[in-house]
Design a protein around this ligand. Sequence first.
Ligand code: SAH
Length: 362
Amino acid sequence: MIKTVDIKSMSYEECRNLFASLGEPAYRADQVLEWLHGRQVTSYDEMTNLPGSLRRALAEASPLCAPEVLAVQSSAEGTTKYLIGLADGNAVETVLMEHDYGLSLCVSSQVGCAMGCAFCASGLGGLVRNLTCGEMVDQILAVSLDIATGSQDRRVGSVVMMGSGEPLANYDNVLKFVRLINWKRGYGIGYRRITISTCGIVPGIHRLAEEGLPVTLSVSLHAPDDSTRSSLMKINEVYPIGQLIDACTDYADSTGRRVTYEYCLIGGVNDSKAHAESLASLVRGTLCHVNIIPLNPVEETGFVRPSREAIDAFASTLRFAGIETTIRREMGADIDAACGQLRRRWGRGEGERASDKRRGKG
Ligand code: SAH
């Protein structure tokens, strides 16, 4: 008799240990994980190279079900937001974005968020709980099943941990998820195509640097000085800018990977020429680039987006100072799927299912 387990939350090694403990050959782990993450099946019956007795035992020990998609909403420019139901009645959003380099999925790591950044919608209700690895897998699984039904072979090619939650506050589950989706016979997403975004949890950045994985580190900087940053982000009181930049430099040094500094541009708060100049001096000489995110206004916060001219002027000042700078293309603002706008707008138990709610799918 197998003890109850959550097979979608198991690492490759844990799965091998499980089958070893059952007296099954180690290759059973490869078979099962390939079915789950490579072929994305949602029942053991489909795992035709497993003996029936083993399939039945697994179904009892770790029942499988397809992820529950509560709602799907598509925006004009090719962004699709999925609301995924969790077994305990919570729900999280995951957002699929079409880029010229392929499909990228924005994955949530927590229900809600404890970080309380002043401009962000995800933290408005505080943290509810961490997601398990399996619940993160279910986000990519739900989307993969949805997009595979079309005529072309469409697959998620990159993953950004920029949905709701702070990934480094759910470190172990996030790292397990990252390794699992990298597994060659599963989703096979290269580490360089996986981005972990953090509000600046310094010990987590140092820990990540030691993993030896070339994942992209994205840091939500949003201000070049401690007083502005502390007014926007509570985490800055714990890990001020000096420590944060040191941790990022350590990350770049140990991984050889360029760090992305996200800079959410907020009208009249952090968007002056002086802010741009002090940002340039702060990061100059480090392996990095700056990605400007024009604020997506969240009603409750009262912050406004700067004008197009102000955004361009900020970028020009940075570029003139020799800092590589991009301005994030806006995606999904019309469906509240853009950064910081992910919110649990749908309650569960309304009697509506995905099929009732799907709309505007192209
Ligand atoms: N907790 C992680 C990842 C989630 S947020 C982090 O802080 O990095 C993804 C990005 O969107 C972060 O850079 C975040 O600061 C930014 N963001 C949050 N609210 C925003 C808003 N209203 N407009 C623009 N960007 C926002």
